[in-house]
Write a new protein. Structure first.
Length: 172
């Protein structure tokens, strides 16, 4: 072995030792915590794709009340959102929607809210209304409501369903 090779080998071994001697011992697989959940800030509408509900931002939306957000939901996803596979399953008919604090009631005479096939449209309503109620309350520092704390009741004129939280419809 030449002197240059020996010096290079010694340098490589010294660097390897220095880089591995940092005091951290190897460990096995460490599982992390659950992924972050919950709702993000700002106004969002919830539409449906092949995997379930998906929230989309409406950062420039100007709403005065919950009925305004239902009208926006009724318009459906914009062109880009439709092209990415989003659709609206909520049939907007006659409605009356009220909110106070962390409670929202959505009334729509004759609507169907109870079957398994209504889970996604119900989720669209619940999550959109929960986000909107939180968004509207954020303007009043003393009455701010977190979206995860909002409870939404669906009323078809014959029966009341819920109250529901958005998290009951997310993730599957």
């Amino acid at each position: 072995m030449t002197r240059a090779r020996a010096a290079a080998l010694a340098l490589a071994l010294t660097l390897a030792a220095a880089l591995t001697a940092c005091g951290v011992r190897p460990t096995g697989v460490v599982s992390g915590a659950d992924p972050a959940t919950g709702l993000t800030r700002g106004l969002r509408l919830y539409f449906v794709d092949g995997t379930g509900l998906r929230g989309v931002s409406r950062p420039d939306a100007r709403i005065r009340g919950l009925a305004d957000v239902i009208k926006m939901l009724g318009v459906g996803p914009n062109r880009t959102e439709r092209e990415s596979g989003l659709t609206n399953l909520v049939d907007i008919g006659e409605i009356d929607v009220t909110g106070r604090g962390n409670r929202v009631t959505y009334r729509s005479p004759g609507a169907f809210f109870d079957s398994d096939s209504d889970r996604l449209p119900n989720g669209q309503l619940v999550c959109t209304l929960a986000r909107a109620q939180s968004y509207l309350s954020s303007k009043d520092e003393d009455r701010r409501v977190r979206p995860d704390d909002v409870r939404v009741t669906l009323d078809n004129g014959e029966r009341r369903f819920g109250p529901y939280r958005c998290s009951q419809f997310l993730g599957g």
